[in-house]
Design a protein around this ligand. Structure first.
Ligand code: RIB
Length: 307
């Protein structure tokens, strides 16, 4: 066991696993344009698997439920998750659909543009979740994102509610959500674009963030954190509300920064850290991720957090 690992930190991540195919280029191409880029690299990604790896590296005791294809990418994803010490016994190998793949362009400023071919991720079904419902019963905190079907997310939330578990939803990639998703949600972690889409509030200031979180509250969300990139984040929780500044770094690649942020918040909350401290911890973890290239490759280890 890792020396910093807390046995009681039961984090279950349910979501996507992809193989990221990344090209660096000076800029993101315009529609219809071909440009010559720089180096190509492949690395493990997927918002769900990224969160699982980040949470494990930061000291969480992590299990993952997802669906991969019966192919080399799926095999590599499972091997990688196991190498990180993640309980992978509930990962399903889909006999028909291929593993998820993401095509990513990263520009000179570290900004990215991502298109995902979801493959097997799109077939993670409510019955897969029901089959592995013991994982929900065993977890303290459940982490979700939106690269798996909404009906599956609904099933997880319903089972979590029945088992009195805390659900954290990172609503990425942005899409309209039915109202039952929000009811009793422990924590929602949208970025600015996602918060705008889900609330209808255009965000340009801290008071806009405050208005947006009130919309989430009215929908039944108990706590929310709007991430604002280099402008930090806005937190609305049962114990702390306010703006938290970012940690300044030179951005190499922003891919997975949001995944690392949410995973880090989950780890800190599972350790009973107060919300403000949890967000500061997550801000630092995301800053380290932004300063490095890749998705899972960029997630920091606990020993790098300088505590
Ligand atoms: O959040 C970053 C992730 O989005 C990438 O790893 C890619 O696979 C997509 O899921």
């Amino acid at each position: 066991m890792k020396e910093w690992q807390n046995n009681s930190t039961g984090i279950l991540v349910i979501g996507s696993s992809n193989t990221d195919m990344v090209v660096r280029s000076n800029r993101i191409p315009l529609p219809g344009e071909t440009i010559l880029g720089g180096d190509f690299f492949m690395n493990a990604g997927g918002k769900g698997a990224n969160q699982a790896v980040a949470a494990a590296r930061l000291g969480g005791n992590v299990a993952f439920i997802g669906r991969v294809g019966n192919d080399i990418f799926g095999e590599q994803s499972i091997t990688q998750l196991k190498r990180e010490g993640i309980d992978s016994e509930a990962i399903i190998t889909d006999p028909v659909h291929p593993s998820g793949v993401a095509l990513i362009t990263v520009d000179e400023a570290g900004e990215n543009c991502i298109v995902v071919a979801p493959g097997a991720n799109a077939f993670l079904s409510p019955s897969d979740i029901i089959r592995h419902r013991n994982k929900i019963a065993e977890a303290d905190i459940i982490l979700l994102q939106l690269e798996i079907p909404l009906e599956t997310i609904n099933e997880v939330i319903a089972l979590a509610r029945k088992n009195h578990k805390k659900v954290i939803l990172d609503p990425a990639p942005a899409c309209p959500l039915p109202k039952e998703i929000f009811t009793d949600l422990f924590l929602l972690t949208p970025n600015k674009v996602e918060a705008e889409m889900l609330t209808g509030v255009k965000i340009g200031s801290v008071s806009d963030c405050e208005r947006a979180v009130q919309v989430f509250k009215a929908k039944g969300v108990r706590n929310s954190i709007i991430t604002l990139g280099e402008s930090g984040s806005y937190v609305n929780s049962e114990t702390f509300s306010g703006h938290i500044p970012s940690v300044k770094v030179r951005a190499a690649d922003t891919t997975a920064a949001g995944d690392v942020f949410t995973a880090a918040v989950a780890v800190a909350l599972a350790e009973d850290q107060p919300v403000e401290a949890a967000v500061q911890f997550a801000t630092k973890a995301a800053a380290i991720a932004v300063s490095r290239q890749g998705a899972q490759a960029s997630a920091p280890y606990r020993r790098e957090m300088g505590e």
